[in-house]
Design a protein around this ligand. Structure first.
Ligand code: GTP
Ligand code: MG
Ligand code: ZN
Length: 360
């Protein structure tokens, strides 16, 4: 792989400012792929090297999110003879695309870090789903990342205009690009959205064509792609690992394995951004804690009544809000149960010590 400079790999002042806290002999590099403790690292002035974390770094990490992930900047000791590096420190993340880990109270799964843009990719076949798009936009925004919707497989629909109109109505402020990676149509529209040194992550279900479109952007068939099942257009999880690739135009692209359903962290703020109109209206509701469902004097319901807000948008709002509330309740419940289990353990230990004393 070509040898890139720090700037070409996305280095900035946020990262530069962290350096003073560490020995100057360490070199900064960016993680391009990761498999347990086997990393590939892009090291400015050197090229691509294999790397692993020191035991200390592994030991001190409180959970997996504190270990290096694709996109992360790390400080390493580089061993020229072996062309290998030891990862000494993980630099703070400016942001990260992350989602809640199923069954965990607080742990977030980091999918990629230091990300400028997320390409939310859907296929225009059976994969197309407006609610899922909205949910992804909410998640991406909550992570402090700019969303861009990519509708791929435009060759498989006659319904493009109608679908674009629905998106315009519901996600008016998010840019949408329609393309066909297979037929190499619309690829230049996407290219225009990606500039040199910018980090862009591809997300979307398996089989929507993420790797295919990345191959188009790369101008070579570098990534494996796989056919979808004919009966339901579902992909076969061809890409199995997150991987960073540098485009000829300088964009830094991260390919990811197809995501299963996205879960929201606490998405309230992002929800309000997406449904700005509804949240503005709610200031005019009679009751401060109005749920905008049954209340008298509800400004949202009134607007719905006279058609100022579309019914689809309102239904989406309710659906997403309920989901978020449900997630929150589930999280709280988990935390409570965990605390209860810990208290129980502590009481048991106290009883044990107490008994021992009595025997003496
Ligand atoms: N008809 C059509 N097929 C496409 C298009 N783009 C990709 N495909 C096909 O869709 C299938 C899946 O493409 P991939 O690029 O492997 O999909 P992916 O999103 O990377 O999937 P995972 O790696 O499993 O997450 C392949 O058979 C592609 O040839 C397109 O624009 N139109
Ligand atoms: Mg793929
Ligand atoms: Zn209301």
């Amino acid at each position: 792989m070509k040898n890139y400079t720090e700037e070409e790999l996305g280095w900035n002042s946020f990262l530069e400012n962290q350096l003073s806290a560490f020995p100057s002999a360490f070199m900064a590099g960016r993680i391009s792929s990761e498999n347990k403790n086997n990393y590939q690292l892009l090291l400015p002035g050197v090229g691509e090297v294999t790397a692993e974390c020191t035991g200390k770094l592994l030991f001190n990490a409180l959970d997996k999110s504190e270990l290096p992930k694709v996109g992360d900047w790390v400080l390493v000791q580089y061993f020229e003879g072996e062309h290998k590096a030891l990862i000494m420190e993980l630099l703070d993340r400016q942001n990260a695309l992350s989602r809640k880990v199923a069954g965990q109270v607080t742990e977030a799964q980091v999918m990629a870090s230091h990300v400028d843009k997320a390409l939310i990719v859907q296929g225009l076949d059976d994969n197309f789903n407006v609610n899922r798009l909205i949910r992804s936009v909410v998640l991406v925004r909550e992570c402090g990342i700019m969303p861009l919707i990519v509708l791929n497989k435009a060759d498989l629909t006659d319904d493009l205009e109608a679908r674009l109109a629905v998106l315009k109505q519901q996600l008016g402020d998010v840019k949408v690009i329609a393309m066909s990676a297979l037929n190499n149509e619309g690829v230049e529209l996407l290219e225009e959205e990606i500039s040199a040194g910018e980090t862009v992550v591809l997300m979307g279900s398996s089989g929507v064509g993420k790797s295919t479109l990345l191959n188009r952007l790369l101008g070579e068939e570098r990534l494996d792609t796989g056919a979808v099942r004919s009966k339901d257009a579902k992909g076969r999880h061809t890409t199995t690992r997150r991987e960073m690739h540098i485009l000829p135009n300088g964009g830094i692209l991260i390919d990811t394995p197809g995501t299963r359903e996205l879960q929201l962290l606490s998405a309230k703020d992002a929800l309000q951004e997406t449904f700005g109109e509804i949240s503005e209206l709610s200031a005019e509701c009679r009751y401060k804690d109005c749920t905008h469902t049954v209340e008298a004097g509800c400004a949202v319901l009134e607007a719905l009544d006279v058609g100022d807000i579309p019914e689809v948008a309102y239904n989406n709002y309710l659906k997403l809000r309920n989901e978020d509330t449900f997630m929150q309740a589930k999280t709280d419940q988990k935390a409570r149960l965990q605390k209860k289990a810990e208290d129980k353990k502590l009481h048991k230990e106290i009883r044990r010590v107490y008994k021992k004393r009595k025997w003496r």
